[in-house]
Design a protein around this ligand. Structure first.
Ligand code: CTP
Ligand code: MG
Length: 555
């Protein structure tokens, strides 16, 4: 059998090594968890937000001397951190040590005079740097922009084929696709820049990122979900009242919360469209179940979705962050399943009857809760560990769970990623989707409360199905592909293909645009087995004595 190399032995690039060190979510070695204390989600959010508030974005000339650039900016105060990246031009992200430096720079910055056009004089933290004399910079060593995109398919296949084991492949894929430190900084900065615009209306508002940008499951290139948090404004007043009187603001009343949300998003959308530097393609989608403003932030290249008062979604991001940090196998599995689903067009960037990445993540978490011993605890168990300060009720929904992830015991399960991947496909290839609902709160399947083809209970708004949009045919496609993928992995086990051969193997074979293609490379010519046939074949492999199913991690 192929040796299971637990450590990535391929020498990495300096940049990749640095990035690896910077990743906060722990080691990626199966079975050897990083024991350094992990930060609470709320601490990470607070730190990142504060960091973003003293950070600026600059469109630079294409040729620029890094040294002169830094010297020029340092006249406003010491710089903590900076990096360059390429989008439609060369950009720099500069983090000052103090917030005051930003104001100092703004004071020395002019609004451009535009000739025939006119400029909206909005003083943001997004600048345009021009050279007074371009010739004196070209001779200097210029800056090296860092990468903000995932690897190409070709590069990915090469990396996967060079890996030493399926475990190594999953960890490689994770390292290549996870958000880099720079990309994460850029996400928080973008929210902070939008917050400045929203603050024109609501001075004490916060614009907070949520979803895959913060839950540790974000892939390079994923959208940026953010919400306008106006709760702080209300809370501020509540704490300040004392004595016999209660002071309230005179406000405009509207018939419902939804209408209030629509009105707020409508003006913020207008504001972004009219005054937001770099905000393009602003669409107000106010009649959706959850009204939103969608736009592109041209400089960062992020597709942004702005909603309001989405505290439950932020809590669900926190829950996923905890699950992602508890065991290094979780993120490796989720990234691979997300890539697998994308490669086979099970997911799409266009909304529709497709499975979403969020649903896939829930499915992986549920599967890991079902292992023996479980790799992840149930949400109900995380609730029992909560103490008084963790208590959290949002809009009548109990969102309480332990926030200090260092107090959650690590799993005793030692299964390899290879086994988990294979078992994942078998588990969902045989799951009774017609009668059961996936429930991470209880970590057990439940009877479906309604007839949607795929039912995944929203962990906090328990009457909601997060995959209500998924059609029967899309679910069937998922099941068929899961079975075929399980089949490929079983076949490989039998045939012992050599990782050194030029053929895609393991995860690389599963990611080929059509699974059928990789099956045809099999020398024995056989017609593509139908889903049911694969299922039966898998069953027979599992029950035959010379092929005991590996569920205990021993090979
Ligand atoms: N969400 C939810 N219920 C849904 C869809 C989304 O609660 N039916 C919440 C989740 O917290 C999710 C967030 O909204 O993480 C953002 O949704 P989406 O962008 O669809 O998912 P992401 O997790 O951000 O994944 P992706 O990388 O595909 O953007
Ligand atoms: Mg998202």
């Amino acid at each position: 059998l192929r040796p299971i190399h637990r450590l990535l032995s391929r020498p990495g690039t300096v940049a990749a090594d640095a990035r690896r060190e910077q990743q906060s979510a722990g080691s990626t070695e199966t079975g050897s968890e990083d024991r350094t204390p992990k930060k609470r989600f709320s601490e990470v959010q607070k730190e990142r937000r504060e960091q973003a508030q003293r950070t600026i974005l600059i469109l630079c000339p294409n040729k620029i001397s890094e040294k002169k650039f830094l010297k020029y900016l340092s006249q406003h105060g010491p710089i903590n951190n900076h990096f360059f990246f390429e989008s439609f031009g060369l950009y720099a992200v500069v983090e000052f040590c103090q917030k005051e430096s930003v104001a100092s720079l703004q004071n020395l910055t002019r609004t451009p005079s535009m000739g025939t056009e006119a400029a909206i004089p909005f003083r943001s933290r997004f600048f345009n740097l021009k050279l007074k004399n371009s010739s004196d910079q070209t001779s200097e060593q210029s800056c090296i922009p860092c990468n903000q995109s995932p690897p190409s398919s070709k590069k990915l296949f090469e990396l996967l084929c060079d890996a030493e084991s399926i475990d190594d492949q999953l960890n490689t894929l994770l390292k290549e696709f996870q958000l880099t430190e720079e990309n994460t900084k850029l996400r928080y900065l973008t929210c902070s820049l939008i917050e400045d615009i929203a603050a024109a209306y609501f001075p004490d508002c916060a614009v907070r990122p949520f979803g895959s940008s913060v839950n540790s499951f974000g892939k390079l290139g994923c959208d940026l979900d953010m919400f306008l948090d106006l709760d702080e404004i209300g809370n501020f007043n509540a704490h300040k009242t004392s004595g016999n009187f209660l002071m309230e603001f005179q406000v405009k009343n509207v018939p419902s919360e939804r209408i209030a949300t629509q009105k707020i998003l409508s003006v913020i959308g207008e504001c972004l469209d009219n005054f937001g530097p770099g905000c393009v393609g602003v669409q107000k989608i106010l009649n959706a179940r959850c009204p939103l403003v969608r736009f592109s932030h041209q400089a960062s290249g992020f597709q942004c979705d702005l909603t309001t008062n989405n505290r439950i979604a932020l809590k669900s991001s926190e829950l996923l962050y905890i699950y992602g940090a508890l065991d290094s196998r979780v993120r490796a599995m989720v990234f691979s399943i997300r890539c697998w689903a994308r490669a086979h067009s099970l997911t799409s960037s266009i909304p529709g009857a497709w499975i979403t990445n969020f649903s896939l993540t829930m499915m992986v978490i549920f599967f890991l809760q079902r292992r023996s011993p479980p790799i992840l605890p149930t949400l109900d168990y995380l609730k029992t560990l909560a103490d008084a300060e963790d208590k959290c009720i949002i809009e009548g929904h109990n969102c309480t769970f332990i926030c200090d992830l260092n107090r959650i015991k690590p799993s005793k399960n030692t299964e390899t990623l290879e086994i988990l991947l294979k078992e994942f496909f078998e588990f969902f290839g045989n799951f009774a989707f017609n009668k059961n609902s996936i429930n991470i709160r209880q970590g057990r399947e439940q009877n479906k409360p309604e007839p949607s083809p795929l039912h995944i209970q929203n962990p906090f708004e328990t009457s909601l199905n997060i995959s209500k949009n998924v059609s029967q045919s899309q679910l069937q496609k998922f099941v068929d592909l899961a079975r075929e993928s399980a089949w490929i992995l079983h076949q490989e086990d039998k045939d012992h293909p050599s990782p050194s051969s030029n053929q895609p193997w393991g995860l690389a074979a599963l990611l080929l645009p059509s699974v059928a293609k990789s099956m045809s490379r099999d020398k024995k010519k056989r017609k593509k087995p139908a889903s049911e046939r694969i299922k039966n074949l898998l069953e027979s492999i599992k029950s035959s004595p010379e092929n005991p199913t590996n569920t205990n991690g021993k090979r």
